[in-house]
Design a protein around this ligand. Structure first.
Ligand code: DGL
Length: 245
């Protein structure tokens, strides 16, 4: 089984990490649109048109499934992608919502959703969670975490300051949805800052969907290739570091 993994840039490697650990595919083709990252501040039409271009890119590889690792793309472009291909397109938002459901059945739980402006403004997590009966949802755009993580800063004063600003009005929280590819890399810091709150990680959430809904099981080895619309060597270097390749 050959899968394409699409992200706006390098962040989707956190999702690849979870998939690689489970060895769910024979082959992974990763494509990051590094020439046009970040998608988070862009509008819906722009994100849709970039995503459809990425779909064209993957047509060269005869993939069996497309995983959208990017929350911003999952927020705005999943339906368009699905309309334009016959292969399954699996996004991180539906998967994250399912993971939340498996984490707490208490509909009164205080849920915090953090992500880019696109993800938060789309209201998609909020909408799906309310459909399931959850009542207490707060969503906060935290886009500064993206460049902080890209600078390789996973702890320390700069991150603390950003968390102080973003979380200044957050009171009690039971679960935080890490609605952005980069946030798993600062998962512990976010959890500790919010008093040990449980976290939902897109990569782990998607693995569960791949196993439960698509009945994928472990294979032997996964071959992986990396492509980027700009500076592919940087993507490969970051992949080596983050994925221990
Ligand atoms: N990959 C994006 C996401 O998960 C974060 C980076 C960006 O803004 O493009 O939303």
């Amino acid at each position: 089984m050959k899968v394409g993994v699409f992200d706006s840039g390098i962040g989707g490697l956190t999702v690849v990490k979870s998939i690689l650990e489970e060895k769910l595919f024979d082959e992974i083709i990763y494509y990051g649109d590094t020439a046009r990252v970040p998608y988070g501040p862009k509008d819906k039409n722009t994100i849709i048109s970039y995503s459809l271009e990425a779909l064209e890119f993957f047509k060269n590889f005869d993939i069996d499934m497309l995983i959208v690792a990017c929350n911003s793309v999952s927020a705005y472009a999943i339906e368009e992608l699905q309309k334009n291909t016959t292969i399954p397109v699996v996004g991180v938002i539906d998967s994250g919502v399912m993971a939340l459901k498996n984490t707490t059945e208490d509909k009164k739980s205080e849920i915090l959703v953090i992500g880019t402006s696109a993800t938060v403004n789309s209201n998609l997590y909020d909408h799906h969670l309310r459909e399931l009966g959850y009542e207490n949802i707060t969503s906060i755009p935290t886009p500064l975490f993206v460049p902080i993580v890209e600078e390789g800063i996973f702890s320390g004063n700069l991150l603390e300051e950003a968390m102080k600003i973003y979380f200044k009005d957050v009171k009690k929280t039971d679960v935080v949805i890490l609605g952005c590819t980069h946030f798993p890399l600062i998962e512990n810091e976010i959890s500790n800052f919010l008093n040990g709150v449980k976290t939902i990680h897109s990569g782990d959430a998607i693995v569960k969907v791949l196993k439960d809904t698509y009945h994928l099981t472990s294979t032997h080895e996964t071959k992986i290739s990396f492509f980027a619309s700009s500076n592919p060597d940087n993507l490969k270097n970051v992949a080596k570091k983050w994925l221990n390749l």
